[in-house]
Each structure stands twice: as structure tokens, then as C-alpha cells.
Design a protein around this ligand. Structure first.
Ligand code: SF4
Ligand code: SF4
Length: 204
């Protein structure tokens, strides 16, 4: 549809609806009724699947904080990673899928002209994502670390670094395809006869 159906939300006490027929939420996606969160098309904005997915992620963080008795104040955001910051030699070339389309002479009435993509092609397209700034668990840092300082936390849980083993050599940083690792000055080490001027920092 082109418009969110708000009949249910209108009946919920405390939930405010804007003059543009969208549900009003705070920065943690909570409506005017404590404990009820909203996102996606019902709150307006871009009204795309991508934006709705982001709303869901943000709401999940806020719900977690709310259930723990706190109030969501936002979370630390990493600076954007642009194309120049990617380690491109570590990626394969993977061209975009081409959608088949009816030739002009076959187009008539309401017949679909562009066929879309198959499940397989959709998965392939998702795999083309460069994952800029986000760890996708390729294990490069884990395999490359000369000190075995990178510790796997299990599928979907990413990694941590044993800072007692880490020497700050930045090999992991150099091997990360998508700039998911930052090297930051180790203030404590610098002030105490620096032998480890840098330390590993996974992007949040
Ligand atoms: S910076 Fe630390 S974690 Fe990264 S490769 Fe070097 S020793 Fe390993
Ligand atoms: S931090 Fe980078 S190198 Fe390490 S597993 Fe994630 S994407 Fe791969």
C-alpha cells in the first residue's frame, strides 16, 4: 500500500498521530505510550525497506534499555567508511545482476516489463555488499594476527582482542577488507614508555 493503516494505533491511549497521519516516536522509537515502539512506514520518513530495517535495529536497542529500566539516549556512531578506506584488493570483482525485460514489441497492457531477480540472484546481490565499516566475520584478522590476540566469539558474535597479547602491530587492520577495525592511540602505553603505541579497536 501507499499509506499506513493506523486504525489500531489511533485507539491506543497516549499514542500521538501527526497531522500527516504518522505515529510520533521519540529518538528511541517509543511512541507516546510507554513500552509501545513503532518504526517503518507508520512513522513516515523515507518509507523504504532499508529505513524500516534501521528503525527495527534502533528500536531493539531502545527496547533493551527500556526493559532494563533505563532511557535510550542514542548510541555511539562510528564515522562513515568511504570507498577509499576499503581494502579493495581483498574483494573479488562481482558484476551487478541484469534483470531480464520484455522486448518493446512484446509489451502490452499491464504485463510486467521488468522481470525482477530470482532468489538466487537476490542472494548474490546481497553478497556483493562491501559491508563498509561492518565486520562480516571473514576471519582475516583472526588468521593474520601474529600474536593470536584475536579471539573468536562464535558465529554472529564477532571477535574480541586480548589486549595483553596485542602488540599494536596493525596487521589485522591491514588485512581487514572493510575497515571494521580502527587503530587508536593507547594513551596508557604512551605515558608509560610506549612499547605499544596503538591498540586494536573494533568499530561499534
Ligand atoms: S594489532 Fe594486535 S590484534 Fe591486530 S594483528 Fe597486531 S597483535 Fe594482533
Ligand atoms: S574485523 Fe575485518 S578482518 Fe576481522 S573478521 Fe571482521 S571483516 Fe574480517
Amino acid at each position: 500500500g501507499q499509506h499506513a493503516e493506523l486504525d489500531v494505533m489511533r485507539k491506543v491511549e497516549g499514542v500521538a498521530i501527526s497531522p500527516r497521519d504518522t505515529v510520533l516516536v521519540d529518538q528511541g522509537m517509543m511512541t507516546g505510550r510507554a513500552g509501545i515502539f513503532a518504526g517503518g512506514d507508520v512513522i513516515g520518513g523515507l518509507m523504504t525497506m532499508t529505513a524500516a530495517t534501521g528503525h527495527g535495529k534502533k528500536a531493539a536497542r531502545a527496547i533493551d534499555v527500556w526493559l532494563s529500566g533505563g532511557h535510550y539516549e542514542g548510541h555511539e556512531k562510528s564515522p562513515p567508511v568511504d570507498f577509499d578506506m576499503l581494502n579493495l584488493p581483498l574483494f573479488l570483482d562481482a558484476g551487478r545482476s541484469q534483470m531480464s525485460a520484455l522486448p518493446p514489441e512484446a509489451r502490452s497492457g499491464f504485463v510486467e516489463v521488468v522481470a525482477g531477480i530470482s532468489d538466487r540472484e537476490a542472494r548474490y546481490e546481497a553478497d556483493r555488499c562491501l559491508s563498509c565499516g561492518n565486520c562480516f566475520e571473514c576471519d582475516n584478522c583472526f588468521a593474520a594476527c601474529p600474536e593470536q590476540a584475536v579471539v573468536k566469539l562464535g558465529k554472529g558474535r564477532k571477535y574480541t582482542v586480548d589486549l595483553d597479547l596485542c602488540t599494536g602491530c596493525a596487521v589485522c587492520y591491514d588485512q581487514c577488507p572493510c575497515h571494521a577495525i580502527e587503530m587508536v592511540a593507547d594513551v596508557a602505553a604512551l605515558s608509560a614508555e610506549a612499547h605499544r603505541p596503538l591498540r586494536f579497536k573494533a568499530r561499534p
